[in-house]
Ligand binder design. Sequence first.
Ligand code: HEC
Length: 153
Amino acid sequence: MRILTLPSIAALALVGGIALLGTSGAMAQAGAEGVVKERIESMKAMKTAMKIAGPMVNGVMTYDADEVKKAAEAIAAGTGEALTKMFPEGSTDGESDALPEIWSEWSRFEGLAKDTETKAKVLAAFSGEQSKAAAAFDALEPSCKACHRAFKD
Ligand code: HEC
């Protein structure tokens, strides 16, 4: 899922370095392509995890505490700092729906990423009990949407 390959780490370092030096954006754009792809894959994986946890906590699918825990842990692993790291400044190229406000309101963006991670961890912690997990899921779901409303096209 969120495996950082060596080239993508190099690309991140490159983008970071270029942003610091303030040189031409052209190379940064090329370097960011891998990151955009990577974060879209990560977001899709989180959606899949939500589609497992949601029906289970709501009783549409047979409840499996281990599956809900795994899904919640996958979401926790894709949010917080892991999420913000995949948004190097200005990486809105190609098929990206990321809005430039991410970088002008970075601390708000970071806060929403952290909040989602915390809520996913709460879901993991309460996965043993369906009713508590349902409440935790209901708290988690709007945090994905809160960020999308503000920062996704
Ligand atoms: C802190 C902000 C933030 C949080 C929290 C967040 N997302 Fe996203 N998400 C984004 C942004 C920004 C994009 C657009 C990324 C891009 O296209 O470059 C996106 C894109 C997506 C996409 C579209 C991927 C595609 O096919 O293009 C899905 C699906 C998604 N997110 C699911 C989720 C789920 C599920 C959660 C909660 C568990 C979540 N996101 C939490 C910011 C966030």
